[in-house]
Design a protein. Sequence first.
Length: 259
Amino acid sequence: MIKTLMLLAFFCVFALPVQAAEYITLASTTSTQNSGLFDHILAMFTKKTAIEVRVVAVGTGQAIRNAKRGDADVLLVHHRTSEDAFVKDGFGVKRYDLMKNDFVLVGPKLLKNSPNIAEALQAIASSKSLFVSRGDDSGTHKRERSLWKSQPSGPWYREAGAGMGATLNMAQAMGAYTLTDRGTWVAFKNKGDLRIVVDGGDGMDNPYGVILVNPVKYPHIKAKAGQAFIDWLVSAQGQSAIASFKLNGQQLFFPTAKP
């Protein structure tokens, strides 16, 4: 009887679930998630450090609000003005340059005599061609709003209130124009008649920064693990991992971390 109980105790001990690895929560954007970048790089970091990264992917505005509530350990977004304010107001410790890509304007047909984004948007507004805005306070939405010479309004201007993938689906279904980050565009499979109509030029750059949420303000923040993640991202290994991410043979993000 005693031997039986000992055997049962032995098997019970070894049947216990394996303790989960340490994890951090990353507040980030749909563009980094939808492009597949995180699927590519996070496993490399976890393999090296045994720290799991759990991503909450929303628009930049919502990601910042989440981080301001202390609901994330690290913030990775793409709106420099908001990032600097996040640090200045004491919510973050330090902003690090991380990477960049660019925005493109896509639509159902080329716009005549519109070689740059300002002229293209003016042509869309003048012709009242359908345009779908993300309308979600994301980094892409903030950039789009800054590119219009005047705030657009009217039935031709629609706000999706959704992520980039859903906005592209709406634009494709409606035969409308929209602004998107290149990474999501390359990964997007439902292009239909949509094509790139403006590529490059002033105002189309898209830099990303990464910030540790301030552990002084939020003592529960996993500062050591969060900083380890940031240090890896900006290291030669992390920057190489970002640069190596390609889709259809195309590099989607370009490292910008300073040595």
